[in-house]
Ligand binder design. Structure first.
Ligand SMILES: Cc1cc2nc3c(=O)[nH]c(=O)nc-3n(C[C@H](O)[C@H](O)[C@H](O)COP(=O)(O)O)c2cc1C
Length: 171
């Protein structure tokens, strides 16, 4: 896909076909996350790849809005270091957002559907994924082939109008 098509075709998919994700595609998507920019190039992220149905089902119980995630053949848990510093917290979450965008756009480029969900219950997430006590799971990113609508550029996205969002020179 062209870059613009991938950007405009990416959308939140919550319904997946059983078809597995090709290993080379999965590695490429993860590589997109690894190459993302980050503050001072600190790269405060780790990606835990989950395909086991029981683990996916358990992970979905970490947050009420994650109930649909086990339907995806691949769930990527985006894990980062904990900090008490509010500024660093924001910085880490900003970087994770960039990595997630790279992952989901790279997936779209390959014709894969993707989605994202929060992850709240950290004790449960840690018991399933085994990440260290000083880390947390910020988001779950899903990957797979869509059950219904194919991945294709969206002509009329559900977004605020361009002229409301964009301010030229001054708000
Ligand atoms: C930081 C973030 C957290 C999100 N958390 C959830 C979630 O917990 N559950 C869910 O079903 N969707 C979640 N979403 C998906 C958004 O609802 C979705 O991206 C938004 O409605 C825009 O739709 P689109 O991605 O199709 O453009 C999340 C998205 C982001 C960026």
């Amino acid at each position: 896909m062209e870059t613009w098509d991938a950007l405009t075709a990416r959308r939140q998919e919550r319904a997946y076909a059983d078809t597995p994700v090709d290993d080379a595609d999965l590695r490429r998507v993860l590589e997109a996350g690894r190459r993302s920019p980050s503050a001072r190039n600190l790269q405060r992220w780790d990606f835990v790849v989950i395909t086991d149905p029981t683990a996916k089902a358990d992970l979905a119980r970490t947050w009420q809005g994650a109930g649909w995630t086990p339907g995806a053949p691949v769930v990527i848990a985006v894990v980062a270091p904990e900090t008490d510093d509010e500024w660093q917290k924001l910085s880490i979450e900003y970087d994770l957002g960039q990595a997630t965008t790279a992952i989901t756009v790279a997936a779209t480029d390959l014709g894969l559907a993707s989605g994202q969900s929060s992850c709240r219950d950290q004790d449960l997430a840690r018991s399933i994924l085994g990440f260290p006590a000083d880390h947390y799971c910020s988001k779950l990113v899903t990957l797979g082939h869509p059950a219904g609508r194919a991945v294709a550029p969206i002509r009329t996205p559900d977004r605020r109008p361009f002229d409301e969002v964009v301010h030229w020179s001054r708000w």
